[in-house]
Design a protein around this ligand. Structure first.
Ligand SMILES: Nc1ncnc2c1ncn2[C@@H]1O[C@H](COP(=O)(O)OP(=O)(O)OP(=O)(O)O)[C@@H](O)[C@H]1O
Length: 367
């Protein structure tokens, strides 16, 4: 843990209270609803805002203490905001050149490498005003990396992109750790993005840190707002066991005696993988299904059932069921009627039929 934070900030009715230590490796996501304080926290880490009497320490160096407040430029952080904030009068190459001349340190990638990683080599001579939204964002990330920061801060970098461009950008961001070892703090309200990118998650609500930890563990906790989101689901760890070339499927071993099939992937056998299973893609049956087109059926035990009462105190038509599979968990969203019809209850053994398993990461697996 190497980014130590003690930040207390009052802004009108809003109060931010954060005391924590974040990892200095991998991608840490700051997640929470609109107005929960994500950007406020990021700006304090960056040195763009000052929380009175706060403390920020990175890898043993004081960025803010009782006696000291380093301005943003002196912290050596790379910044990428929702709006790419490129220089409109400069070409892509000149925007990158500007960053290259203002490097925080000598160690780091060069223009050619960064352009390859972000797939923007063909754009170098373009006017930045003529780039698509996704291209602008890739150039903004390249520009931040070319300053050779020791920490990269990103605030909703994929906002405003349509689904295909967002997916492409996530592929690019996911591949970054293969090229350089740079801690990233990533603000997002989208659990879909977070489940693909993050290793560690900080959950904020109303300026308070309500949970923090490993993505796999937090994703399936029913006491957290993540499980109530539309796109709720559980992140699982698995190992690539084998390929079925005839049917173009790959078999994954969960850390139990059970397996899952996904569309064939090219990773090496034994590779650690991270999967996402959306709560809405699971149905529950009391017996092992024998006549179903759904390939994946896991024997599980019901851990908890939650969600009868919605936040607005009205009865919910749906409930969320937390299912244990070995030492990991799945979430299933089913109707309250199905729960009652099947008389589902904690401790019961059931079968989870899984429609879709998404592979979210082939490298950075949280253990
Ligand atoms: N300069 C300011 N003056 C007064 N209030 C502010 C200021 N900046 C932010 N706030 C308030 O602080 C709260 C947290 O804002 P912040 O932008 O950090 O939230 P957020 O989680 O990033 O939200 P979003 O997801 O909508 O971007 C909000 O209620 C906001 O209105």
């Amino acid at each position: 843990m190497s980014l130590l934070l003690s930040l207390h900030l009052q802004r009108g009715d809003f109060r931010l209270d954060i005391d924590t230590a974040l990892p200095s490796t991998g991608i840490t996501a700051i997640c929470g609803p609109s107005g929960s304080g994500k950007t406020s926290l990021l700006r304090c880490i960056a040195g763009l805002d000052r929380a009175p009497d706060g403390m920020v320490q990175f890898l043993g160096s004081d960025w803010q203490s009782q006696a000291l407040f380093l301005q943003c430029e002196k912290r050596g952080v790379g910044l990428v905001f929702q709006d790419a904030q490129l220089f409109p009068h400069l070409s892509v190459a000149a925007n990158l050149g500007y960053a290259e001349k203002r490097q925080f340190r000598s160690i780091g990638p060069n223009v050619e490498e960064v352009c390859n990683w972000l797939q923007i080599t063909a754009l170098l001579n373009r006017d930045v005003n003529k780039l698509s939204g996704g291209e602008r964002k890739r150039v903004a990330i390249a520009r931040a990396l070319l300053r050779h920061p020791q920490l990269l801060l990103m605030d909703e970098p994929l906002s405003g992109l349509h689904d295909a461009a967002r997916d492409e950008m996530m592929d690019v961001l996911q591949s970054l750790p293969q090229h350089l070892s740079l801690p990233i703090i990533y603000v997002s309200h989208s659990f879909h993005e977070v489940s693909r990118l993050a290793d560690h998650v900080v959950l904020l609500d109303n300026g308070q840190l309500i949970a923090e930890g490993d993505l796999v563990e937090l994703s399936s906790r029913l006491d957290l707002p993540l499980s109530r989101q539309q796109d709720a689901g559980a992140v699982l760890n698995a190992t690539l066991l084998g390929h079925d070339h005839e049917y173009q499927l790959s078999t994954l071993q969960l850390n139990t005696d059970q397996q899952l099939s996904i569309n064939q992937i090219s990773a090496a056998l034994g590779q650690q993988l991270r999967l996402f299973v959306a709560a809405r893609d699971i149905s529950i049956s009391l017996e092992a299904p024998t006549q179903s087109s759904i390939l994946n059926s896991l024997k599980c035990t019901i851990d908890t059932i939650d969600g009868d009462i919605a936040r607005n105190k009205a009865m919910n038509p749906q409930v969320t069921v937390r299912l244990s599979v070995g030492d990991q968990y799945l979430l299933a969203r089913i109707t309250r009627k199905s729960r009652d019809r099947l008389n589902l209850h904690a401790g019961q053994q059931v079968f989870a039929q899984i429609k879709t398993v998404a592979l979210v990461n082939e490298t950075g697996v949280a253990s």
